[in-house]
Design a protein around this ligand. Structure first.
Ligand code: PMT
Length: 224
């Protein structure tokens, strides 16, 4: 089934949204379908890597040959990723909720009948990509993040790469008219350093083709 350039490498991939509970019946989430992250996990496995996919709630089949860990919240996702360390490659395609509801209600929040509205307070979630990027001595040799932006995509993504400390960032536009969230296709601007040396623009293609392009780029990285 083809060459195995990543044989012997251990990889961890995050995918999908996280669900942050408000009460036992309601949650906060985002529009990620998991298609991009799952495609990356599948392609890494085809290239011979030992792959664990840590996935938020999605409606997708498990990729062939991949160890899948299902989680709900950002905090669960962080713990499951940390449990996979050390690894050689870590790729963060999940759309992790930046905030969770601070005091999650133990019972369903009821309408009061007098029109009073519930008030939600938020707490910041851990940043999984930043935590793993800055985790010496177990930091993976190659840490790849995504940047989901709706404007000034490349500029914001470059700043994000520096702030979080990952090696590469794959910038994609998630403005509503792009169909990136949940759709079949994606257009990527790869940022591999502080300046534009090493930048690559991958024209709009299927998320599976994006995954193949990324895995070929990773194989070249470890080959040189
Ligand atoms: O799932 P699909 O429908 O196929 O859509 C694919 C996608 C648009 C979700 C994917 O290509 C993508 O861009 N994933 C990252 C989404 C995101 O939340 O990006 P961000 O710019 O907010 O976060 C930057 C990076 O930090 C990401 O690698 C993210 O996984 C990571 N992060 C963010 C917050 C947090 N608390 N922990 C993290 O690890």
């Amino acid at each position: 089934d083809g060459p195995k350039p990543l044989a012997g490498k251990k990889a961890v991939v995050t995918s999908g949204p996280t669900h942050e509970p408000i009460d036992p019946v309601r949650y906060i989430a985002n529009r990620s379908s998991g298609k991009q992250g799952h495609a990356i996990a599948a392609e890494l496995a085809r290239a011979g890597a030992d792959v664990t996919l840590v996935s938020g709630p999605v409606n997708l089949p498990d990729p062939v040959g991949v160890n899948v860990v299902r989680v709900e919240t950002a905090r669960d996702m962080l713990a499951s990723v940390q449990a996979q360390m050390p690894a050689d490659i870590a790729i963060f395609a999940a759309a992790v909720a930046d905030w969770r509801v601070k005091d999650q209600a133990g019972q369903k929040i009821k309408k009061t009948g007098d029109g009073a509205l519930p008030v939600l307070q938020f707490a910041e979630n851990p940043d999984i990509l930043a935590t793993i990027s800055q985790s010496s001595p177990t930091r993976p040799a190659l840490v790849v993040g995504f940047a989901a932006e709706t404007e000034n995509v490349v500029e914001h993504a470059r700043a994000k790469r520096a702030r979080k400390g990952c090696d590469w960032i794959l910038a994609n536009n998630v403005a509503p008219d792009t169909g990136t969230f949940g759709g079949e296709d994606n257009e990527i601007h790869l940022i591999a350093g502080n300046d534009t040396t090493g930048d690559e623009v991958w024209p709009r293609q299927s998320k599976v083709a994006v995954a193949r392009t990324l895995v070929a780029r990773i194989a070249r990285h470890f080959d040189t």
